[in-house]
Write a protein that binds this ligand. Sequence first.
Ligand code: PRP
Ligand code: URA
Length: 207
Amino acid sequence: MENVIVVDHPILKHSLTILRDKNTATDTFHRHSAMVSQIIILEAIKSIEPDIIKVETPLEITDGFKLRESIVFVPVLRAGLALLEAAKNFLPFSSVGFIGLERDEQTAKAREYYKKFPKDIAEKIVIVLDPMLATGGSMLDTVNAVKLAGAKDIRAVCVVAAPEGIQRLQENHPTIKIFTGDVDSHLNEQKYIVPGLGDFGDRYFGT
Ligand code: PRP
Ligand code: URA
């Protein structure tokens, strides 16, 4: 699948299996979702060019690298916060925009309840964080919202994606790269990802 990057790393595979296990407790789920998120986000930002700077070691001046403050993370509330925590660990200076979306349990359509983006979002690389790409409705609404705010370079990061969600996003935004830990089989009648890992937000926050 073009523009779908399934991140391949043994630690990711190990941690994702623990996330999938229905017997995994909230604290363990928390720990392993941080691991999975870090590995996928690192892949999503790999192409970013750092500035070349001079650094003085105890012995001499040499060339070094410095990342520009060029990234805006946009976690989709609430479950996207799990990925934000991991992203902020290694990019604490990046700015953050928020969008709050909640899927109606009957229709599986997302309802927006909050939105706030940084003013300079148009000049930045926008990385949308949402662990589950199911029907793709939440991701599509978020991408449309950041595009409306002026964003041009947009990347999607998720933990598990369904083929239905990938197709929907790609039909509407074919150039957006999707970074994911895995592509699963299909959606069930309730629009849950199968085999998936259940409701990410509920499992992460213990609700
Ligand atoms: C979940 C998940 C995604 C969305 C994916 O959120 O975190 O945001 O569903 O489904 P979609 O691709 O069909 O739109 P949910 O609405 O359950 O809210 P939560 O993050 O508050 O748990
Ligand atoms: N949201 C989730 O948390 N899990 C799914 O499988 C689908 C949507």
